[in-house]
Write a protein of this length. Structure first.
Length: 147
């Protein structure tokens, strides 16, 4: 066997091994809440919501959404302060509108993503994913709102 054939079999093995990972296995950790996080979601007062960092810097951090307008960005005065260059200083705003939360991108450089799609304005659904820069959040609304 010549060197070229040997290299090809190695490359093929690497590609084949990558195929062994099932997509559900890769995201399994992201969807599970710790008992402490479950308690925080269960204790949310009516009309409030919670963002939990599921992936990215400060994984596990929680941000309470308890006012009508919440600023998100790299500016130190932002309500949701995200200290990373992938986040604009004034990246997004989350507003409480008729008991629901709506995210609005503020012309950020890297965009705001909802369930993997770039959005300008989007109503947030319970347990949906919101991405701002490297930060991937899961959004949780108060269970008391659905009662």
């Amino acid at each position: 066997m010549n060197e070229s054939e040997n290299n090809n079999s190695t490359d093929s093995d690497e590609v084949e091994s990558t195929r062994n990972f099932h997509p559900e296995m890769l995201g399994a950790e992201v969807d599970q809440l710790s008992p402490e996080e479950q308690a925080a979601v269960a204790a949310l007062p009516q009309g409030n919501a919670l963002l939990i960092v599921r992936k990215g810097p400060n994984k596990g951090s929680r941000f309470l959404l308890d006012s009508d307008v919440i600023t998100v960005g790299r500016h130190p005065n932002a309500d949701v302060f995200l200290d990373d260059v992938t986040v604009s200083r004034r990246h997004a705003e989350i507003k409480r509108v008729d008991g629901n939360f709506v995210v609005t991108d503020l012309a950020s450089l890297n965009g705001t993503y909802y369930e993997g799609a770039r959005v300008e304005v989007q109503e947030l659904a319970n347990e949906s994913e919101l991405q701002v820069g490297k930060y991937h959040f899961t959004f949780y609304s108060s269970k008391r709102d659905s009662q």
